[in-house]
Design a protein around this ligand. Structure first.
Ligand SMILES: Nc1ncnc2c1ncn2[C@@H]1O[C@H](COP(=O)(O)OP(=O)(O)OP(=O)(O)O)[C@@H](O)[C@H]1O
Length: 225
């Protein structure tokens, strides 16, 4: 099958945890480069599960997943690491590194890519100011509030302008005004070419941008383009 044009393709994917029932079943969809989707569904519908499969931290129990045109079941560990570098992800629990400052956490993807600090110094600082963390740059994650951690995690996910951004409830801990600002950041990133998937319950947020929706219900995915 030609998967050349799709950034992501799921074919008859099912996922169960352990010996439990399938949490997701018969999931079929493809996304094109440059697309923008909200991923919705009730609590427990499987949004995080789907994002984890997209980040290759969870293997489907059946079916095929193609990312960037490759069948990910055939990847070696190092190929998987290479693909992950093309993805920015905002986890629901943030996963900032405790021993690094906020600034260092956000700069990390660029450091890992081998970029010189002098080349990205100003970009990291500017982005942190934009997400309202200008005066928290040198703080360690342990002293940040939930909303501050969330904004640091978002900055880290977008700093390297990844090909794909996955965000799990990225506005769950901030006020509506900051949520709008973060949405603008995602829209701008999308304009620059990043494909975006935002898992959210936030209908107010979704009403502000006419993105396509991926809806999970009873273990199945419906696409509303
Ligand atoms: N590690 C796990 N082991 C067993 N069951 C799990 C595990 N993780 C999730 N589940 C179950 O899978 C289902 C989907 O969970 P998931 O976290 O993907 O939903 P969600 O849509 O992201 O929910 P929320 O909006 O509350 O974050 C739930 O029934 C959950 O209890």
């Amino acid at each position: 099958m030609n998967t050349g044009h799709a950034l992501i393709r799921f074919e008859n994917v099912g996922l169960r945890y352990g010996a439990g029932q399938e949490v997701l079943r018969d999931v079929n969809f493809h996304l094109h480069p440059g697309s923008f989707h909200f991923l919705t569904g009730a609590s427990g519908a499987g949004k995080t599960t789907l994002l984890r499969m997209l980040f290759m931290s969870l293997r489907p129990t059946r079916g095929l997943v193609y990312l960037f045109g490759r069948n990910i079941a055939k990847n070696t560990t190092s190929q998987r690491a290479d693909l992950r570098r093309r993805i920015g992800i905002v986890f629901q629990d943030f996963r900032l590194l405790d021993h690094l400052t906020t600034w260092e956490n956000v700069a990390l993807p660029l450091r890992v890519m081998g970029r010189k600090q002098s080349d990205y110094q100003d970009d990291v600082t500017e982005l942190l100011r934009w997400v309202g963390l200008g005066d928290r740059m040198h703080a360690f994650p342990a002293v940040l509030s939930g909303g501050e951690k969330q904004r640091a995690a978002i900055a880290r996910a977008v700093i390297a302008k990844p090909e794909l951004l996955l965000a799990d409830e990225p506005t769950g801990n901030v006020d509506p005004q900051m949520a709008r600002r973060l949405l603008r950041l995602f829209i701008e990133l999308n304009r620059l070419g990043t494909s975006i998937i935002i898992a959210t319950h936030d209908y107010q947020l979704m009403s502000q941008f006419p993105a396509a929706r991926m809806q999970l219900e009873n273990g199945r995915l419906e696409m509303h383009e």
